[in-house]
Write a protein that binds this ligand. Structure first.
Ligand SMILES: Cc1cc2nc3c(=O)[nH]c(=O)nc-3n(C[C@H](O)[C@H](O)[C@H](O)COP(=O)(O)O)c2cc1C
Length: 405
């Protein structure tokens, strides 16, 4: 049953006057449907794009843009004071400038000054506006003060232009908000660090239509990438055959096979502080690749498939340590006697941390939750109880951050 309104987390959705304002409707839906009480505060410019009636009907709450509406309720102070989270999506260049300089000439800017809860900005604008030193300095100021500013996505902008400045997918902004609400704003302990995460499962082709693959969805690797970005890291995500939206503010490199994954990971690892190998990389690949589809023969059984070993990327990274002090983390999916296998694997591979979890037909692969034990080369054991993949990701980054310092 739906919670009473008073018990729901209170979210202020600030919408400023960018063409992407219509996408905030989807973010609003996701927030209300997941049990949040959302008060939308659009700017006067935002109302040129989406009208107050839409915000009011979708949120179930009144909508005002100016401090002069409902003055007896002192909304310019109350809305910010009572919020558990303020998210501004889209955040225009103008809104970032006003927030960075503490201007308070409408309801949203007043709310930003009175809020004592975490604040998330999702900027969207043309590439030139985003890259302008004024905007970049405003973003740096807001981040320094503890606000989460999501990097814009690269893609189609207004009109025919493409480039950096696109509003990240509303589903991604929602995930950032959920994470910030769950954890609060964590100190950006990975700021200035470059981390590489591999995700998904490799596919080893037999012929142009068939491959040997595995069940990895990539969700754990994407959660690692998303949480590292939220903790301030520059993140390269090497994604093998995933069908998930790009996490906001992350560089995504797409690969197919184990050999392609190895090349992309080693390249990105050259200047990385940490590498987390969450991808399920095939141990073997077919020895030969048929350039045409292998045909069924009515008069005989098919030829057996001969396999050859793939390079062991985790062992290679652990042995070579392309950068001094680099922290290397592996994942071990086991089906039985998981801890004993995990300890043996940690010794064999030589990595710093190994996340060991039990898998099966319906366990872990494709699920939203995970449960694991993180083994350290120093003999430590950190159990992570059943919970969202983001929670496990945060434990991994806590352990990585401790080893980086
Ligand atoms: C069609 C149109 C699209 C716009 N899109 C954006 C945008 O995506 N990002 C942005 O920073 N400004 C954009 N602007 C400019 C802002 O609307 C303008 O700076 C305005 O003053 C912002 O006010 P606000 O920050 O109070 O909402 C756009 C303007 C127009 C007319």
């Amino acid at each position: 049953m739906d919670k009473p309104k008073a018990d729901k987390p209170k979210v202020v959705l600030g919408v400023s006057g960018g063409i992407a304002a219509y996408k905030a409707c989807e973010l609003l839906r996701r927030l209300t449907e997941s049990g949040h009480d959302v008060r939308v505060v659009p700017t006067a410019s935002a109302l040129h794009f989406v009208g107050a009636a839409t915000w009011s009907a979708l949120s179930g709450n009144p909508v005002a843009t100016e401090v002069w509406d409902d003055v007896h309720e002192v909304p310019h102070v109350r809305i910010g004071q009572h919020a558990d989270l303020v998210v501004v999506a889209p955040a225009t260049a103008d809104m970032l400038a006003k927030a960075a300089h503490g201007l308070a000439d409408d309801l949203l800017t007043n709310t930003l000054l009175t809020a004592r809860c975490p604040v998330v900005f999702a900027p969207a604008m043309h590439t030139e506006m985003w890259e302008h030193p004024a905007t970049q300095e405003n973003v740096a100021t807001l981040r320094r003060r503890g606000a989460v500013v999501i990097e814009p996505a690269v893609g189609r902008l207004t009109g025919a232009d493409t480039g950096k400045g696109r509003l990240p997918d509303p589903a991604e902004i929602f995930e950032v908000c959920r994470g910030v609400l769950a954890r609060g704003v964590t100190a950006p302990d990975l700021a200035g660090r470059h981390v590489v995460v591999s995700a998904g499962g490799t596919r080893e082709p037999l012929d142009p239509v068939r491959f040997l693959g595995n069940r990895s969805s990539g969700k754990q690797g994407y959660a690692l990438a998303r949480t590292a970005a939220a903790r301030g890291a520059r993140v390269t995500l090497v994604a093998a055959n995933t069908a998930l939206p790009d996490p906001a503010g992350v560089d995504v490199v797409r690969v197919g096979t184990a050999l392609q994954l190895r090349e992309a990971v080693l390249k990105a690892a050259a200047d990385a502080d940490a590498v987390v190998m969450a991808a399920a990389v095939a141990d073997f690949r077919p020895a030969t690749y048929a350039t045409g589809k292998i045909k069924k023969q009515d008069d005989r059984d098919p030829d057996p498939i001969v396999l050859v070993r793939n390079p062991d990327v985790l062992a290679e990274l652990s042995a070579e340590r392309v950068r001094p002090g680099q922290v290397v983390v592996g994942f071990a999916a086991e089906t039985d006697d998981v801890l004993a296998h995990g300890r043996a694997k940690l010794r064999r591979k030589g990595c710093d941390l190994l996340v060991v979890n039990e898998v099966g037909e319906s366990r872990t692969f494709g699920a939203e939750d995970n449960e694991a034990v993180v083994l350290g080369a120093d003999g430590s054991e950190t159990p992570v109880p059943h919970g969202p993949k983001e929670a496990l990701a945060d434990v991994v980054w806590d352990l990585v951050a401790a080893r980086l310092t």
